[in-house]
Design a protein around this ligand. Structure first.
Ligand code: NAG
Ligand code: NAG
Length: 316
């Protein structure tokens, strides 16, 4: 018997085994690590539980979902946000361009859609809760409000045409709280019907006494609608973020539009030329579709239709 040879072989086998084990252990770490830097061991998401949802107002429609996100999911979003926060902008009322403003003093960053498994799962949950498709939504934004920072009451729908071209008006907002704020930082709806009767103890800030207020609690989410069901903007949806008095506020709004935000004709064709966007336009127009199906064929001022040329609504 050649013991040396045997031992040599055994060592070889053991080494191969060790490498294999190491490889299987390392691969998932690398895969997740590549996307997030930090390793994410995705814990089980909280089960969707409709009985955790409370309607807090019907004019405007506001709902609070307690424990919408797990605490780990909150920490994960904050970690992603911390990497790319910068001073938040607001849309200029006329031009729609992003501008810096004293109205909004938080810092923020947009994540990518489906950036990683945790983000994908949250985006799916938002679609399930709101009954609105993921493609209608903007990317999740991560916001940080430090001491004294706030967002004066504003509407989430836009007055300018530029911001409506992509997906139309913002229809609904899901505002997720990623931290619990010790004092202040409430989301406030100053126009909500009957807000005066909301009981408030002295844990609410002064600012929160001027409307219906929702306290930021880590993992909770607020859903509210900026449009009526008929598509008209709802001025009662005015809302703001009270100044943070103690602690730090991290939140993540998700804005959801009436139409697809991802596949918007405005993305393909910014110019409002007099064109047909389908080869069948002449045929459809001859069949009377311009009158029967004007939204698709002719479109609106903010969002031109598919067959403006064949419907003869512009000069070429
Ligand atoms: C759903 O939430 C309610 C209220 O918090 C709780 O009592 C119930 O046990 C939950 N159900 C499930 C299936 O988690
Ligand atoms: C924005 O413009 C609309 C109409 O163009 C006007 O009614 C509204 O008051 C303006 N809002 C602000 C905050 O200036």
């Amino acid at each position: 018997m050649n013991m040396k040879l045997r031992l040599g072989r055994l060592r070889g086998v053991l080494l191969a085994l060790a490498l294999l084990l190491a490889a299987t252990a390392v691969v998932p770490v690398l895969l997740l690590g590549a996307a997030n830097d930090a390793v994410v061991v995705a814990p089980a998401p909280p089960p969707f539980n409709a009985s955790r949802v409370r309607a807090v107002s019907w004019q405007p429609r506001i709902f609070v979902y307690e424990g919408f996100l797990s605490l780990e999911e909150c920490d994960h979003l904050v970690r992603l946000g911390k990497k790319k926060v910068q001073r938040s902008m607001v849309a200029d009322n006329g031009s729609g361009k992003s501008v810096m403003s004293e109205v909004r003093t938080s810092s923020g960053a947009f994540l990518d859609k489906r950036q990683d498994p945790v983000v994908s799962r949250i985006e799916e949950r938002i679609a399930a809760w709101t009954f609105l498709p993921e493609e209608n939504a903007e990317n999740i934004q991560i916001l940080r409000y430090e001491h004294g920072q706030k967002y004066e009451p504003h509407f989430d729908y836009f007055h300018d045409k530029v911001n409506q071209a992509r997906g139309g008006h913002r229809y609904a907002t899901v505002l997720m709280y990623l931290s619990t704020v010790d004092k202040g930082g409430e989301t406030i709806f100053p126009n909500a019907k009957g807000w005066e009767s909301q009981p408030k103890d002295d844990t609410f800030s002064e600012c929160a006494r001027k409307g219906l207020a929702v306290k930021p609690v880590k993992g909770d989410a607020v859903l509210f609608f900026s449009l009526h069901v008929n598509g008209e903007p709802d001025p009662l949806s005015l809302h703001g973020s009270c100044p943070v008095i103690k602690g730090e506020k991290w939140s993540a709004p998700k804005w959801i539009h009436v139409r697809s935000y991802e596949n918007s004709p405005a993305l393909e064709d910014e110019t409002e030329g007099c064109t047909d966007k389908s080869e069948f336009c002449a045929q459809w127009a001859a069949a009377g579709e311009c009158a029967k199906n004007p939204v698709y064929m002719v479109g609106t001022e903010g969002l031109p239709g598919q067959c403006r040329k064949s419907c003869k609504v512009c000069d070429s």
